[in-house]
Design a binder for this molecule. Structure first.
Ligand SMILES: *Cc1c(COP(=O)(O)O)cnc(C)c1O
Length: 451
């Protein structure tokens, strides 16, 4: 598979798309040709006889392989998939017909672990290759890479965990000082020397703008070998397709044979875009409902095909979705132009306000005894509305983070303090290291130069 920019550049191989993060023309990389389910080796209906505990990655690797370079061996793809999904992703029926896909059992307790783990491995795989080539030509490959990441809270921790201690790579996390919880911040301020944290006074959108500016500045981007670990990087979206396939297979295994509707709590729209890609490549008939907080750019785009350029970010209890100008809207617009059938499964976007988010969190706790994070609560609210409006398909709500990452909001809604899993509760306790910068390219460049 080759990749092209939403603005026309390319095609380039995957390694180049991963390495650059953002296309040189400012666009986002997308698969150059559509992959339809029938092109993949896996049968449409999963085989119930397959023992999922022994070889769960085989059919997932089959479905992912068409997106990867042909010189990645089958064994390599399987082990990459296995390392990416090296934690449980259970599918639980929370209420009749409403399932929750728990994506938060990874190292940083949010779904972004999946994308970050794959990206870290895929990038270092290519470093190894490049170094081997350089070495064989007797050239030293000492130049290290800088992974720039803007975070609305959870990407920073996932990427920091995935790249912590990875040789030849430094991670620079840019975050909104007022927009993340203490635990989210500790996940990227207490790690090794190769992870730096930069606090910006404004909202996430400013962090994202700064990162994009840096990547699009040719001299800067080349000097520091910059790439991005945000969902602008296609290397984040490819592995996120895996759990849509996993969930569809698991639903089938649980005896539910109707095609599911995935309810996706969305901010930057990376997760949703990955779902739509996964649907055309391997879950035919699935549909998607985006669940939004008051940052509703997608809903407005779906209704009017309009994108407001200067939309202000609104702060909500689901802070990781506080994104006014979602990057991946550019991929959805491209899909609509280039592969309209790929956008069809998106049935709509449900906007859930702050009060309804807290109500959903509280109702879920009272009715099921489960504490969910505020983002998952937005998803559950959207699912219940869809059900009340007559939706009959099984609904799979993506539970995007562990409730324990958002103790204040969860306590406010339920009166109960959520606990992190014991294995995570005692991490990230050391001294914090971060610097404050203005959201300007000059200040970022100064930090990159002197770090
Ligand atoms: C990042 C994030 C989201 C939004 O995902 P996008 O891919 O940016 O739409 C939702 N929930 C949580 C907990 C997140 O960290």
């Amino acid at each position: 598979m080759l990749y092209v920019s939403t603005r026309g550049a390319g095609p380039v191989p995957l390694s180049t798309a991963l390495e650059l993060g953002l296309a040189p023309d400012g666009g986002l990389f997308v698969p150059a040709t559509p992959i339809r389910a029938r092109d993949t080796a896996s049968p449409e209906a999963p085989n119930d006889d397959v023992d999922s505990s022994s070889q769960p990655w085989t059919s997932l690797a089959d479905r992912l392989a068409p997106f990867l370079p042909t010189d990645w061996s089958r064994a390599e793809v399987e082990s990459l998939v296995g390392e990416t999904l090296a934690f449980p992703i259970p599918l639980l029926e929370l209420e009749p017909g409403i399932f929750v896909l728990e994506l938060f059992h990874g190292p940083s307790a949010a779904f972004k672990d999946v994308g970050a783990r794959f990206l870290a491995r895929a990038l270092s795989r290519d470093v190894t290759r490049a170094e081997a080539r350089a070495w064989s030509r007797a050239e030293a490959a000492t130049e290290s890479r800088t992974v720039l990441v803007a975070t609305s809270g959870d990407t920073g921790g996932a990427v920091a965990a995935a790249f912590d201690g990875v040789a030849g790579t430094r991670v620079v996390v840019v975050y909104p000082e007022q927009g993340v919880t203490e635990l989210q911040r500790r996940q990227f301020t207490t790690l090794g020397e190769n992870v730096r944290a930069l606090a910006v006074p404004g909202p996430f959108d400013e962090c994202q703008r700064l990162v994009k500016q840096a990547l699009a500045a040719p001299e800067l981007s080349e000097r520091f070998r910059l790439t991005s670990a945000n969902s602008i990087n296609i290397g984040r979206l490819l592995p996120q397709m895996l759990y849509y396939w996993l969930a569809a297979d698991e639903l089938h295994r649980q005896g539910v044979h109707e095609r599911p509707t995935f309810v996706v709590p969305s901010g930057n729209l990376g997760n949703l875009t990955a779902g739509l890609m996964a649907a055309s490549a391997g879950v035919p008939g699935a549909s998607f409902l985006a669940a939004l907080n008051r940052n509703d750019a997608l809903a407005r785009w779906l209704a009017h095909r309009e994108i407001a350029a200067n939309q202000a970010t609104v702060r909500t209890p689901s802070s990781a979705m506080d994104v006014a100008q979602p990057s991946n809207l550019e991929r959805l617009q491209w899909l609509e132009r280039a592969q309209p059938s790929a956008l069809k499964p998106l049935s709509g976007a449900e906007v859930v306000d702050d009060e309804a988010t807290l109500d959903s969190l509280r109702d879920t706790w009272r009715q099921t005894g489960q504490l969910v994070c505020p983002h998952s609560a937005v998803g559950l609210a959207a699912a219940r509305r869809a059900r009340a409006a007559g939706a009959s398909a099984p609904l799979i709500v993506l539970a995007t983070a562990h409730a324990g990452k958002f103790p204040d909001v969860v306590r406010q809604a339920t009166g109960v303090s959520p606990e992190l899993p014991p294995a995570l509760a005692h991490r990230w306790v050391g001294p914090e290291r971060f610097e404050r910068i203005a959201a300007s390219l000059n200040e970022l460049e100064a930090v990159l130069t002197h770090a």
